[in-house]
Design a protein around this ligand. Structure first.
Ligand SMILES: Nc1ncnc2c1ncn2[C@@H]1O[C@H](COP(=O)(O)OP(=O)(O)OP(=O)(O)O)[C@@H](O)[C@H]1O
Ligand SMILES: [Mg+2]
Length: 297
């Protein structure tokens, strides 16, 4: 279990005169008591990209995620934070039906995208997982060339008619993932031969190549060094222009830097949701305050 200690959470803003990142100050004490499990804050948005209503996830008889109501906005980065085991990954996997792949997992509630419930039997999960793509904690390139890693998805989804169009998608995806300059002369080399940070950008390029609308990221930087992490964070900010991004992170500094809204989960409940700055500077729920001030890890 990772703790942040009582470190002040950086604001993501640099003081122009000192060049030092300013810490976030907790403005006032949270007032919603620790034993309350109702979500504090506004989970709904106008015109959301995804709308989750009363989502529960069970592993066998055990309910791991409880009655989640939450919208994912367009062109936003939504950070999901909370202690280990609180259900962040489980909830994230609901958004592209990845829990289907886990024996014994059962999802209830509705997850609406374009007026269709993605949990309905009619939905084909293959195109859904291209539309809502996922980047995992550990970079997992296919044991194929850099070029094949990107071209594979567009080819099976029929997004290109010929090799020239595939080349075009490969180049654009790598450019958008900030990797093109580093790999343009290595397209035929194995993707697994890249550095960890390059592999993670390759995986992001791979997820972009299938023209997603939403990108799910589960601790995408936890295996990366600070320089690669900074590169991915810049990339997340750029990608927001085109996509909705949901990112699970154990780093509150990262959540503060990259996201516009933050959702705090605790033991399967969505405890607080709000503007990232508000959640970090004036959390309203005592459990959120405990977590961000390092009293609970
Ligand atoms: N495949 C599974 N089978 C049974 N229980 C599971 C399974 N996956 C997760 N759980 C349980 O569901 C709960 C939520 O787990 P989840 O992995 O979603 O937490 P998390 O917030 O992502 O944690 P972490 O920060 O450690 O990644 C935990 O109690 C976990 O033990
Ligand atoms: Mg997890």
């Amino acid at each position: 279990m990772e703790t942040q200690g009582a470190q002040p959470v950086p604001s993501g803003r640099t003081n122009p005169s000192t060049g030092v990142e300013e810490p976030i100050e907790i403005g006032h004490r949270a007032t919603v008591p620790r034993d309350s499990r109702d979500t504090v804050g506004e989970p709904r948005l106008d015109d959301p990209r995804i709308r989750c209503t009363d989502v529960n996830v069970y592993y066998g008889d055990k309910r791991a995620v409880r009655d989640i109501n939450l919208d994912v906005g367009r062109n936003e980065v939504l950070a999901m934070i909370g202690p280990s085991g609180c259900g962040k990954s489980t909830f994230l996997r609901c958004l592209n039906r990845m829990n289907d792949t886990i024996v014994g997992a059962r999802v209830t509630g509705t997850i609406m995208m374009d007026d269709i419930d993605i949990n309905s039997k009619q939905i084909d999960v293959v195109p859904l997982r291209a539309q809502v793509s996922m980047v995992f904690q550990k970079p997992n390139p296919f044991p194929k060339s850099v070029w094949e890693n990107i071209a594979f998805g567009p080819r099976i989804h029929g997004l290109a008619r010929n090799k020239a169009e595939l080349n075009d998608i490969v180049e654009k995806s790598l450019l958008r993932a900030g990797l093109w300059d580093e790999v343009k002369d290595r397209l035929t080399e194995p993707g697994t031969g890249l550095s960890g940070g390059q592999q993670q950008r390759l995986c992001i390029a791979r997820s972009i190549a299938v023209q997603p609308e939403v990108i799910l990221m589960d601790e995408p930087c936890s295996a990366l060094d600070p320089i690669s992490t900074a590169r991915i964070e810049e990339l997340i900010d750029e990608l927001r222009q085109h996509y909705s991004i949901c990112i699970v992170t154990h780093s509150m500094q990262q959540a503060a830097r990259v996201s516009q809204r933050t959702a705090y989960f605790h033991l399967g409940d969505l405890i607080e949701i709000g503007d990232t700055r508000q959640v970090f500077t004036s959390p309203r729920h005592q459990l959120t305050e405990d977590y961000i001030t390092g009293r609970f890890g």
